[in-house]
Design a protein around this ligand. Structure first.
Ligand code: ADE
Ligand code: ZN
Length: 348
């Protein structure tokens, strides 16, 4: 039997989700105890109210600091995947952002090994798959970004980094020039990493264009501001550059709109943009993938047929091989046919 409602049953890809933003509140408390850290509140969810991206990041960094050894990383990666599967997750490309851990002396190889341990266990138990994207933390600057990618390149050369398929960038956006990270992205590209970056979440469309041109990213995370620039919207649509959008996050974390009804997700798709749906930091925003799809569909009046297209576009936007995409798409089409309501032209 399926759990949850029909939105949970939609087979889903997720391409914008931070492992540190998926840590269960109970695990936050246990990790704090285990690692001797004092939290500002006994109930971490009391801290989960944000007035801006930067106010969110203060709390996100607190949670990040609780991850201190290989077992911690394994535990959160495992829980992250098994928690998402009842809400439809079939395949995820998941961010981790190790800047502050490396600055505190952790070893990138141990972090990746821990994440890989946890993911492997979750894959065995659930059949869902998960690759990793290593994110640069913009707050640490271009030098630290380049150093991180140098470590990542060495890890790949030693044959221990194969679960990391991509390089991304997140954290604070205002007042940071994406060009500062061009060397890091060139190195990432030269060692075969796929490229993405958060852009246009907390700033205007110029940052999206700069990330595309100066960093040569293949996907855009958030890209919320894109419709403010018609030519850029046309370019992104024509080149099928995926935008990995997180509507609930944009309300709760970045505080960009009062209500989901105002979110441009559907308008992005109507403009021809390959825009996917994602949760960003679900455990810190009381969210899951089923809820993301359900709330967006209802708030924006998206009929079931459009929601099916969103799920299928997720497959196109992955970094799987063409053959893997074909077989995942065929699996999604079979699953969608089984749950399709009698009138797919209606909002469910
Ligand atoms: N790290 C985790 N969530 C983030 C977001 N929404 N924007 C930037 N950095 C993040
Ligand atoms: Zn994000």
């Amino acid at each position: 039997m399926r759990s949850g409602d029909v939105y949970d049953a939609i087979p889903k890809v997720e391409l914008h989700c931070h492992v540190e933003g998926t840590v269960r509140p109970a695990t936050v408390v246990e990790l704090a105890q285990k690692n001797g850290r004092q939290l500002p509140s006994e109930d971490p969810t009391e801290l989960y109210r944000y007035t801006s991206l930067n106010s969110f990041l203060e709390i996100f960094w607190l949670v990040q600091e609780l991850l201190v050894d290989r077992d911690d990383w394994a535990r959160v990666a495992y829980q992250s995947v098994v928690d998402a599967v009842p809400h439809g997750l079939r395949y995820r490309e998941m961010f981790f952002t190790p800047a502050r851990h490396l600055a505190a002396g952790q070893d990138l190889a141990e972090i990746v090994a821990g994440l890989s341990d946890g993911i492997e266990q979750a894959v065995l138990e659930t059949g869902a798959r998960c690759a990793l994207i290593c994110d640069i933390d913009r707050a640490y600057g271009g030098g630290a970004g380049l150093e991180l990618v140098e470590r990542l390149a060495a890890l790949r050369r030693s044959g221990r980094g194969e679960r990391v398929i991509g390089l991304g960038m997140d954290s604070t956006e205002r007042g940071v020039d994406p060009r500062d990270f061009a060397d890091a992205f060139r190195l990432g590209e030269s060692v075969g990493l796929r490229l993405t970056s958060h852009a246009g979440e907390d700033t205007g469309p110029d940052n999206i264009a700069t990330a595309l041109d100066a960093l040569r990213i293949e996907r855009i995370d958030h890209g919320l501001a894109i419709l403010e620039d018609e030519a850029l919207t046309r370019r992104v649509a024509e080149e099928r550059i995926p935008l990995n959008v997180c509507p609930n996050s944009n309300i709760i974390i970045a505080n960009k709109y009062e209500r989901l009804e105002e979110h441009p997700f559907r308008r992005m798709r109507q403009a021809g943009v390959l825009a996917t749906l994602n949760t960003d930091d679900p455990a810190m925003t009381d969210l899951d993938l089923g809820k993301e799809y359900r709330t967006v569909a209802r708030a924006l009046g998206m009929p079931w047929s459009e929601i099916e297209e969103v799920a299928l576009d997720g497959v196109e936007a992955t970094w799987l091989s063409e053959g893997e995409k074909r077989s995942l798409r065929a699996q999604f089409e079979r699953e969608l046919a089984e749950i399709r309501p009698s009138d797919p032209s209606e909002v469910v």
